[in-house]
Design a protein around this ligand. Structure first.
Ligand code: VG1
Ligand code: CO
Length: 542
């Protein structure tokens, strides 16, 4: 039976960098999730006759949310839904299913790298028929719809059995429960030289993949252990758990400390990797050496042609503005166009759809290509494996060779978490106000060439996005970027991005924090971080 439920709008249902993210208990309030789902359907012109992919990273409330979405879609006339078994789909696998089945989009449940559980975080986002996150015009329309929401419709029906693969009906809607891994793994086999990688594993190559009790466990086991022949136990924390086993599934040196300890220890495997809650992020580590995400993007771009899926070369390389310019140097050397977009994967979609670029990346452990319209953690790990197999060199050798060819963009991000929102806003406002006076001034022996607030004009559709981060650009190409996170659920997080270029003739082996020391001091002085926030040290350094 279709029921219409009266409701009143909730405050603050504004999607951020990647969908709507809140504390799980906020989502568990009566009508909260329903209001947002209704706003999604309203913003895309209704669900009538459409087909959607539905799934999430398995965190607490994932299964309930899937049932709520299916009931609403069925009540509103959706033709069909493709759902990952158990309600599970990694973000890149969901993106692939949307494209493979030419659906009208998908709803992905995840708060990505944020912890999960009843007292932690939950999230939801809508991806378009191209498989990519909804662009700003669409998320703005969703937000507008939430502000006047008075009712939604849903179906009174028993829950769908999400665990049994096959086809069932919910009201008039066809529901297909699919294995979350199969189609994704098949796509990976078309892109990479599986026989070459398998041969390396057979010859004794060792790897550790930390899935952090999040969604990639089943994908990683199938691909690395079953299809590529990596030793059993290569994948650790391989079972997705509703609270990620208490882990913080953010693949960076701070949160993936178990992997880091092993990779820096005496019996380290040849290669290490980790992925995040929803499987779109990756961290890669060599034996005794950490690869920064910005360097990883540049190295993947320089070597992608070694993988069958990219043997014809790249169309272009795109990076988010705060990501280091290491990839730009590769683009320049290869005569490829380079693009600089605001933070968040949604800005890459138009470039990929228009065939302007093939590889995209962000400093926040995100890399991907035109095979889907999301960043893709396991894809990046596989491309690394393919490159390692073909070059038959260690991660250290490949990284060193890269810096000797292109120079090194020393890079670090400092995060100051859970700052009082008013204080963070005040700090950013004061910083923006003084930008015009900064040009040509000196600080810590460096001269500021330009200071601005990054704005982006999409080269495909001409849409403009402003206030995408404050940039302090120095005459020697060093850089400080300040922005506030759009994915947090508690107070504000200030991200300070720091970069300095060292040519190949210089010292390529400094600790980044040492190499960046004067820039770090300048970053504190210019924004008056301590005076504004009371903080002297960042909570997380990547
Ligand atoms: C962060 C990262 C950004 C990334 C986004 C989503 O956003 O900085 O690069 O695209 O998370 O990643 P913010 O606004 O907090 O800086 V994930 O793995 O949620 O999908
Ligand atoms: Co993620």
């Amino acid at each position: 039976m279709i029921r219409t439920i009266q409701t009143t709008p909730f405050d603050g249902q504004k999607p951020g960098t990647s969908g709507l993210r809140k504390k799980t208990r906020v989502f568990m309030q009566p009508h909260y999730l329903e209001t947002f789902v209704q706003a999604v359907f309203d913003a895309i012109g209704g669900a009538e006759g459409k087909c959607f992919v539905v799934g999430g990273d398995g965190r607490f409330y994932n299964d309930t949310a899937v049932q709520i979405i299916l009931a609403m879609a069925a009540a509103q006339g959706a033709a069909s839904a493709i759902v990952g078994q158990g309600g599970i789909l990694s973000t890149p696998a969901a993106s692939h299913l949307i494209r493979l089945n030419k659906t009208d989009g998908g709803i992905i449940l995840s708060a990505s790298h944020n912890p999960g559980g009843e007292d932690e975080d939950f999230g939801i986002k809508f991806n378009m028929p191209n498989g990519g996150p909804a662009p700003e015009q669409v998320t703005d329309a969703m937000y507008a719809a939430t502000k006047t929401m008075a009712q939604y419709t849903t179906l009174d029906a028993p829950d769908v059995d999400l665990n049994t693969i096959g086809t069932t009906h919910l009201g008039g809607m066809l529901v297909q429960i699919v294995d979350p891994v199969t189609d994704y793994a098949a796509l990976m086999e078309t892109l990479f030289d599986f026989p070459a990688i398998r041969a390396r594993f057979a010859a004794g190559f060792t790897m550790r993949m930390d899935s952090m009790c999040a969604v990639t466990g089943p994908y990683a086991r199938e691909i690395f252990e079953n299809r590529l022949g990596a030793a059993r136990g290569t994948v650790t924390h391989a079972t997705p758990l509703p609270d990620f086993g208490g882990m913080h599934p953010d693949p960076n040196p701070t949160w993936a400390h178990e992997l880091m300890a092993e990779m820096m220890g005496p019996n380290a495997p040849d290669f290490g990797a980790a992925s995040d809650g929803d499987g779109d992020r990756n961290m890669v580590v060599g034996r005794g050496i950490y690869v920064s995400p910005s360097d990883s993007l540049a190295i993947l771009a320089a070597n992608a042609h070694l993988a069958p899926g990219y043997a014809q070369g790249l169309k272009g390389i795109a990076r988010s503005m705060p990501t280091s310019a290491a990839a730009d140097r590769v683009a320049a050397a290869m005569g490829l166009p380079a693009f600089e977009t605001p933070t968040g994967w949604k800005f890459f979609g138009n470039l990929l759809d228009a065939n302007k670029c093939t590889l995209c990346g962000e400093e926040s452990f995100g890399t991907g290509s035109d095979h889907v319209r999301e960043k893709d953690g396991l894809w990046a790990v596989l491309l690394w494996l393919n490159i390692l197999a073909v070059r038959n060199q260690s991660v250290t050798e490949i990284l060193t060779d890269h810096w000797q060819t292109y120079g090194r963009n020393y890079y670090s991000r400092h995060d100051f978490e859970a700052i009082e929102t008013a204080k963070a806003d005040q700090m950013m406002a004061a910083l923006r106000a003084k930008l015009p006076q900064l040009t040509n001034t000196e600080t810590h022996g460096m001269t500021i060439a330009r200071a601005d607030d990054f704005a982006y004009t999409d080269p495909v559709d001409g849409s403009v996005s402003t206030h995408q981060g404050v940039r302090i650009l120095f005459t020697d190409d060093s850089r400080i970027v300040y922005r506030l996170s759009g994915t947090g659920t508690q107070g504000a997080t200030l991200r300070v991005y720091l970069e300095r270029y060292e040519p190949s003739s210089g010292n390529l082996n400094l600790d980044p924090q040492t190499a960046l020391a004067p820039i770090i001091q300048a970053a504190h002085d210019i924004a008056q971080i301590n005076a504004n926030t009371g903080r002297t040290e960042p909570d997380v350094i990547t």
